[in-house]
Design a protein around this ligand. Structure first.
Ligand code: ATP
Length: 245
């Protein structure tokens, strides 16, 4: 039999402000060691899905009204964000959310603050190895370029050594060249460290290059899913999500 997926989302329904139904019975699975892409247009509910997993919904009056989120067999519904972080789920937020008035180094150490193992030093070297540019930036993180901030946000996630990384739009606000670079690094990291990533992206082409499996969302539901290769050659996906070429 197949091993149970690391993360399972079952029939999830999310409502904002008691009235706006944003997720309408969402199902997805993330197997250990894989990158799974969650794709869809603006407003489809991708960020809401990540917030439902990471426990951030309540903070903005969103609520899970039906279904569940299972992580290694445990139900996460109702847990606080920091309880969920302690179980090994780390979210790289849209817009990056690095700490602007701390240095790069301090931001990276912050990522590791819950760790009690002895590997933090090695992981710092590892992150600087993947992102040599970060090592050259000794000032405050707020002065980094958009691309560098994205690299720092990813580096900080690595420092936490989570079992699952939730990545929200790593391409957002980056030049096409930088987007390519960031995605290359995500792929290398995943391969070298065996990371498990749920990747939310509007850039379907890049996401399906990095992912092994993909889900396509419309109006709060999954409308299509399959291996990345199958999705890339699907005519509807080509027409509506991959554009020309
Ligand atoms: P984007 O790529 O634009 O972030 P998305 O697929 O991530 O889109 P969500 O951000 O999850 O979509 O939003 C889904 C729907 O929920 C949208 O219609 C949005 O307006 C609504 N929504 C999101 N956050 C809230 C909130 N805090 N209160 C009310 N409605 C919200």
């Amino acid at each position: 039999a197949e091993p149970a997926p690391l993360l399972t989302v079952n029939n999830l329904e999310v409502v904002y402000n008691d009235v706006i139904l944003v997720l309408r019975g969402l199902n997805l699975k993330v197997p250990e060691g894989e990158i799974v892409a969650l794709l869809g247009a603006n407003g489809a509910g991708k960020s809401t899905t990540l917030k439902a997993i990471s426990g951030l919904l309540k903070a903005e009056d969103g609520q899970i009204t039906r279904g569940d989120v299972l992580f290694r067999g445990e139900r996460l519904n109702g847990l606080d964000p920091d309880q969920i972080v302690r179980r090994g789920i780390f979210q790289v937020m849209e817009g990056r959310r690095i700490v602007a008035d701390m240095t790069v180094h301090e931001n990276l150490r912050l990522g590791a603050h819950t760790r009690r193992d002895g590997g933090v030093r090695d992981d710092l070297d590892r992150v600087y190895g993947y992102f040599p540019r970060l090592k050259e930036r000794t000032g405050l993180a707020g002065y980094l370029s958009g691309g560098e901030q994205q690299m720092l946000a990813i580096g900080r996630a690595i420092m936490a050594r989570p079992k699952l990384i939730l990545m929200d739009e790593p391409s957002m606000g980056l030049s096409p060249l930088l987007v390519k670079e960031v995605f290359l690094i995500i792929r290398r990291l995943a391969r070298d460290l065996g990371l498990t990533i749920l990747l939310v992206e509007q850039n379907a082409r890049l996401a399906l290059e990095a992912a092994s499996y993909g889900y396509i969302m419309e109006q709060g539901k999954i409308v299509l899913d399959g291996t990345a290769d199958a999705l890339k050659s699907n005519e509807d996906v080509k027409e509506f999500y991959l554009g020309q070429g």
